[in-house]
Ligand binder design. Structure first.
Ligand code: PMP
Length: 325
């Protein structure tokens, strides 16, 4: 742990400064060195604490968020959990439009954290009034004294990762990084980290690891925003170019299947003792592809976003997996 052993003023003071772990066992027979940032060590148990706190503090500075205000957001669950935690500490109400693709484990967690949850269908386009984007906007319009976080189209999302995740990776690895990869939900993590790392080292390789059901792989490969297949992973995959992705310096993209990601997830548990969510499987599978692409002797970094506990009813439930063949 690189956190100090002192006393923190409250739980929000623990956001960021997460550890990096080297993945040894699962990569034994593979070229390259692999490091992963353990983002579930944030107090809200994912990297979304970083952006949630940054955006909230910015709104407070601007005077638009005051005690008693309501925070409104579109979320697959992790950003919502971070916002609900922050709302508890700071005395805000929290209303969240959540995709019905999200695990019941995450939805229960949001409710336990005091958030009002609106479940929205995942299989409608973003501009549909029933989509979680449009529902959040409507709740914002209808709720006096509310602030819409808008993580998909908010520069502060990238800024949070540029200011914290990127510099942490760089200093934890003493600048010895050749490639970075992760999947994209809002794109804030990939865009913010890669912006920082490319500024430090121009020739660092930034690869997108994209699940099936997302349109980004085809976009970066063939300039065609087209989704194919689907995925049981959550919080990642995107059908459009969010503001966060507009200037993201992506060198290449990989498409990772759920089968590949699940194999990696189970190996990470068996060989490394890491109990993780599905997007971490996509990311580590992507890191392995990236190492193969770069050849022997390179150092690759990725993100382990959240814990398997958030998916106990899904990827860690044999019945669910059987139902998905
Ligand atoms: N993994 C998980 C589990 C997530 O919840 C998210 C955020 N939606 C991501 C990865 C992707 O992060 P970002 O939004 O920064 O692209």
């Amino acid at each position: 742990m690189n956190r100090n052993q002192g006393i923190y003023k409250n739980v929000l003071d623990l956001v960021g400064q997460t550890p990096i772990i080297q993945l040894n066992n699962i990569t034994k027979s593979l070229p390259g060195k692999y490091f992963a940032k353990l983002e579930m060590f944030n107090p809200g148990q994912s990297q979304k604490d970083r952006i949630a706190l940054h955006i909230v503090e910015n709104a407070e500075k601007k005077g638009i968020l005051k005690p008693g205000s309501t925070i409104v957001e579109t979320t697959s669950g992790n950003t919502g959990f971070s916002l609900a935690m922050i709302s508890m500490v700071k005395g805000y109400k929290c209303k969240l439009a959540v995709s019905d693709k999200s695990s019941i484990d995450k939805i229960d967690g949001l409710r336990a954290m005091g958030a009002e949850v609106y479940i929205c269908p995942a299989n409608v386009p973003p501009e549909d009034p029933k989509s979680y984007y449009e529902v959040a906007k409507r709740i914002h319009r209808e709720t006096p004294n509310s602030v819409y976080i808008n993580q998909y189209f908010n520069d502060l999302n990238i800024e949070a990762h540029y200011a914290t995740t990127g510099p942490e990776i760089w200093s934890q690895l003493d600048g010895k990084v050749d490639g970075f990869t992760c999947a994209v939900g809002t794109g804030g993590t990939l865009a913010g980290v890669s912006k920082y790392l490319k500024e430090k080292k121009e020739d660092i390789k930034i690869f997108l690891s994209d699940p099936y059901g997302s349109a980004l792989y085809n976009y970066y490969k063939k300039d065609e925003l087209k989704a194919e297949g689907n995925s049981i992973t959550e919080g990642i995959g995107q059908g459009r170019i969010t503001k966060n992705l507009e200037n993201c310096p992506i060198d290449l993209s990989f498409r990772i299947s759920d089968n590949n990601a699940l194999t990696v997830i189970f190996d990470l548990l068996k060989d490394e003792g890491l109990f993780l969510g599905g997007s971490s499987g996509i990311n580590v599978a992507g890191a392995i592809q990236l190492a193969k692409e770069l050849g022997p002797g390179h150092t690759i970094v990725t993100i382990l976003c959240d814990s398997g506990q958030r998916y106990q009813s899904k990827i860690w439930n044999p019945e669910f997996l059987k139902s998905k063949d």
